[in-house]
Ligand binder design. Structure first.
Ligand code: ZN
Length: 396
């Protein structure tokens, strides 16, 4: 865990799910670790300088043989969860009350997103969008503004069908965060693309990130962080499977492994890891945010794995299927709510969206062990919102 000075280096107001409880420090420390870790090694800087000269099959071979210590559950942020469990134990509490992360009685959020890497990926959007639509899903498509020809008509058509468009970096050369000057030079073009695409969300290519520099972007949310992903060139991981607020935007970490990692880097032949992580995120009441690429999701078994995952999510009780921009908007609303106990010791939530929210406690599940902690949410009886907050909700 990092010391306080590391998070001070970020020098931005951050707000988390468990603020006001001892667990707040666990989320702060995990973000501080991500801020400290999210740098490219000099080897990777050299790689990105030469990347355009290396043929794609060779790049994929390099990615496949990157040495990562592979445990069977590498996709579960155990270190973070053990810290969370230890914090509860140290506080002598089984759990801490907060406002449940999701509205309207939902238990978890399911947020499919895509990054479109190439012109070929652009051509493959339609098929994937149709598959999602057939199963009752919508998703967001993050488009690179200055790399390939962008089919504006297709983007408008997708938005008319209920899909979302986001911006995926500038030109996807891996250099976006190599210097502050270079980043700042690209900011105006990225902001123009956000406006032209009618987008409010951003994901940096290769999930490189610098949350401080990114404050210059005209966005409502960023989705470049992850809870855990040891296969990324830029290391880190925020542990949290929930959004949080960092400076002027909502950060939405992805929590299911990328298709590229599973099928290309690891050579997986099915979606077992996706399914296992979805189950885990559901238990945590988290946000199952997934990145896939129409570029890689092109073959039968991969499409089958994706379809199976969508069907599994759809059949899981308590799913809030939502677009990232809706998730971020809810997180803002939730952030404006206040939880307190009235004189009769009833839990009460005040604020414009109070009618959608409920009090709940996140607690250690029975039979949980120190090495493999398990958690569960337990709803708390919540008094009806005061009359004035109902009225303001009606006009929100
Ligand atoms: Zn990308």
């Amino acid at each position: 865990m990092s010391d306080e000075s590391t998070i001070r280096r970020l020098d931005l107001a951050c707000r988390f799910l468990f603020d006001g409880t001892p667990a707040e420090q666990v989320l702060r420390a995990a973000l501080a670790d991500d801020v400290a870790a999210s740098r490219l090694s000099s080897a990777f800087r050299a790689y990105y300088r030469l990347r355009s000269l290396i043929p794609l099959p060779v790049r994929q071979l390099l990615q496949r043989y990157r040495q990562v210590e592979r445990t069977t559950d590498w996709y579960i942020p155990r270190h973070f969860e053990r810290s969370l469990a230890a914090t509860y134990m140290a506080a002598g509490e089984a759990g801490f009350p907060t406002i449940h992360p999701w509205p309207d009685g939902a238990r978890f959020a399911f947020v499919p997103t895509h990054d479109v890497e190439t012109a070929e990926g652009m051509r493959r959007i339609e098929r994937l969008a149709n598959l999602e639509e057939d199963l009752g899903f919508r998703s967001s498509w993050n488009i690179v503004p200055h790399k390939y020809a962008v089919d504006r008509g297709l983007l408008r058509d997708l938005q008319a069908r209920g899909f979302e468009i986001g911006v995926h970096g500038y030109n996807h050369d891996g250099k976006l965060f190599t210097s502050r000057a270079l980043f700042n030079n690209r900011v105006p073009a990225i902001n123009t693309a956000l406006e032209e695409f009618n987008a409010v969300g951003f994901r940096a290519p290769m999930v490189h990130r610098n949350l401080k520099w990114m404050q210059a972007l005209d966005i409502e949310y960023d989705a470049s962080c992850f809870d855990i992903d040891p296969y990324q060139a830029m290391p880190g991981g925020v542990g949290s499977v929930w959004p949080f607020i960092v400076g002027r935007f909502v950060e939405m970490p992805y929590t299911l492994p990328q298709d590229h990692t599973l099928f290309i880097a690891l050579g997986e032949r099915d979606g077992n890891i996706w399914n296992a992580k979805l189950d885990h995120v559901v238990k945590l009441g988290g946000m199952a945010l997934l990145i896939t690429h129409p570029d890689y999701l092109d073959q039968g078994p991969r499409m089958d794995a994706y379809r199976d995952l969508l069907e599994k999510a759809r059949e899981t009780e308590g799913m809030w299927h939502t677009l990232p921009r809706q998730t971020a908007a809810w997180w803002r609303e939730r952030d404006h709510l206040r939880l307190h106990r009235d004189p009769a010791h009833m839990w009460r939530i005040d604020g414009p969206a109070a009618t959608r929210a409920r009090a709940a406690t996140f607690r250690i599940a029975e039979g949980s062990s120190n090495s493999l902690p398990a958690f569960e949410w337990h709803d708390l009886p919540t008094a009806a919102p005061a009359a004035d907050s109902k009225a303001s909700a009606a006009f929100a």
